[in-house]
Each structure stands twice: as C-alpha cells, then as structure tokens.
Design a protein around this ligand. Structure first.
Ligand code: SF4
Length: 351
C-alpha cells in the first residue's frame, strides 16, 4: 500500500477579533490555535480516524484536507487518482504523483482536486438545501464540474448513485425534497452527493453522530460497502471511539490541536498509553454490566482549555493525574512505543 495522504506539520490558526482598546494600545494579535502541528500518513484504501473531544481540531483538519479553508503552514501531500493526476500539469506535482494541498494552486487544479476529495458533513438536516429536489441536489455537482455531456447522462448518473446508496426506486426518491426523507435517508443523500463525482478520498465528518442509534450501523455498513466497491480512502472524524473501533484501520487521538497518540486502531484502543487517550477510552460505555465498574477508572479533571489560551509545556498537564515539573514547561516529543504506535508524553520520552 502506498501513502495516499501525508500531512506534515500542519497548522491552522484563526486570528481573534481585537477590541478597540487592544487596537489602540497596539496589543499583539491573538490566535485560536485550532490545528497546531499535526502530522499523519494515510495509506491508499484505509480508513483513518481522527478522534477527540469537541474543540480538539479534528474537524478543522478535515476541512483543511478538502481545501475548504487554507493552511496557516505545513504540507499535505495528496496522491490523486490516475485520471485526475494525468490532467495536473507536472509543475504542480511532487515526485510525479503528489500535489501539496497546502499550497496555492491554480483554479483548474483546485477544481480537479475538489472533484477527487469530497466531504460528508455531520448534519443531514442542515447540509441539504430544503428548497431543492433530491434530483437537483445530486445533479448540481455534475453541472459545476461539467460531467456528463447530455442531460440524459447526468440523469443516469443521479439514478445510479441513488441506487448505490440503496434509495430505490431512484425515480421516486429523485422527486422528493429533503423534508420528505428520514434522517437516515438524508444521510444517504449526503453520501450520494459526495460520491457522485467519483472521488478517491472522502472526509466523513461525524457522519452518524446525529442519527438514531438504530440506523447508525446501516449507514456505517453502507460506507464500508461503498469503500470496497469504489476503492475509496476515508478520513473518518468522530468523537465516538466505539464507532471508530468498528470501522477504522488506524487512529489519531487529538487534544487541543495536537495528536497525542496514533497507531493501529486495535493497538490504541486495547492498549492506550497517553493519559488522555486512556481516559477517553475508559469512558466508552461498557455494554457488559459485569465490566461496568471498569469505566472511568482514570478520571480526568477539569474542562478542556480554550484553544486561544493553550497551556505551556504539555497542553494536557492541567488535567493530567501524572503531570510532572517538565510537563509544565516543555512540550513532550513524539515517541514510538512500538512499531507504528506513537505517543507524545513525557512518561515515555528520554530527558
Ligand atoms: Fe501527563 Fe506529562 Fe504526559 Fe502530558 S506529558 S500527558 S502532563 S504525563
């Protein structure tokens, strides 16, 4: 398997609005450090999970990858599929097969990448235009990207995609409006809209978190089936580690804009090393009542601090039960505790 996406030292800072008195007293700009030096590699065909609590930077990282927002700095080398790659002028390629998603790219290259890297949003209620028929919602990306030379070809693509997401008969669903569908059906439309351009990388941002528990498994299974038939690579963003363990191959656990632990999903979930990852995994509800008291055996204290005011040293130190002096002043380096399993914590680093 070859790397599909290599994110290297990615940063995204959002400037905070300054008050009038801050402007008049020439106070320096302050920033929300949403993504603060994140690196990971995703191989072709895998499902890579970005996990963590709300505000950890996982959604911002996903939006950087689909180029909805610009990187502050860093690199994200992306290997498009062959048909797209052949249309990209060589001067924008690195090693003949990668494009840096963090760089300025001309409009036509940007458009090609937007076709090849798609996103499924969390909210199946807010992400579909309520005034458009499902047919028009699905046809719109084809029109924008000039795919299909006739109306009949586009109609066929819409119906084929509806069938793929199991909304049949497609002629009937195509005529409906979003409010005429259930939450699960709407999320199937969101999946269809992401897939109609035939991408090779899909960023799925909490794709089942707003759905009833009873239909989550169906949507996850649909995504797994589509991955197999279409040879997709997924970036799967979730706060739900049980969902991550069900679908993902590898995981990166984020805290306040940084990855604190990453590795193969079964290794990280069964043997977490970072105190934050341990607490997060210990908090996953245990379905077996005999094991219920294993939960929360490692409580973390306090609230997650603001990304505009990140603590010095290890950013987790105000909540960490193992915090030492060094944790309060120096950021921990990333240490490989076993092959492919990396942790950023002074408990594992040599000083
Ligand atoms: Fe806790 Fe220190 Fe490790 Fe941070 S570096 S997680 S404060 S032990």
């Amino acid at each position: 398997m070859q790397p599909k996406l290599l994110v290297e030292e990615a940063y995204k800072y959002f400037p905070l609005r300054r008050s009038l008195s801050e402007i008049l007293t020439f106070k320096a700009h302050r920033y929300v450090r949403a993504v603060d030096g994140v690196s990971f590699t995703i191989n072709e065909g895998e499902i890579y999970c970005l996990a963590g609590e709300s505000g950890c930077g996982k959604t911002t990282t996903g939006r950087l990858i689909v180029r909805l927002i610009d990187f502050t700095s860093g690199r994200a080398l992306y290997m498009p599929k062959k048909e797209v790659l052949s249309e990209i002028p060589p001067e924008f390629l690195i090693d003949g097969k990668y494009v840096n998603l963090a760089s300025d790219l001309p409009r036509h290259v940007d458009k090609l990448l937007r076709r090849d890297v798609q996103i499924i949003f969390q909210d199946p209620y807010g992400s579909l235009n309520p005034r458009m028929r499902i047919y028009d919602i699905l046809k719109e990306p084809l029109d924008i990207h000039g795919i299909g030379s006739t109306e009949d070809e586009r109609r066929e693509a819409v119906f084929r995609t509806l069938e793929e997401v199991k909304l049949t008969p497609p002629e009937e669903f195509a005529e409906r409006y979003p409010h005429m569908l259930s939450g699960g059906q709407r999320q199937r439309i969101a999946v269809a809209r992401a897939l109609i351009l035939n991408p090779s990388l899909v960023v799925a941002d909490e794709p089942v978190s707003m759905l009833d528990v009873s239909i989550r498994a169906e949507i996850l299974q649909l995504m797994l089936d589509l991955k197999a038939t279409r040879n997709l690579t997924y970036v799967f963003i979730t706060h739900d580690l049980a969902v991550a363990a069900y679908v993902c191959n590898n995981i990166a656990i984020m805290y306040l804009g940084k990855i604190v632990e990453k590795g193969p999903i079964d290794v990280v979930v069964n043997s977490p090393q970072h105190p934050y990852a341990k607490a997060l995994i210990a908090a996953v509800p245990e379905p077996d009542p005999r094991n219920r008291f294993k939960m929360r055996e490692l409580p973390i204290i306090g609230e997650i601090p603001s990304a505009a005011n990140i603590p010095p040293g290890c950013r987790f130190h105000p909540r960490c039960p193992y915090a030492m002096d060094v944790c309060r002043s120096e950021e921990p380096p990333e240490v490989e505790v076993e092959k492919g399993h990396k942790v950023s914590c002074w408990l594992y680093a040599k000083r």
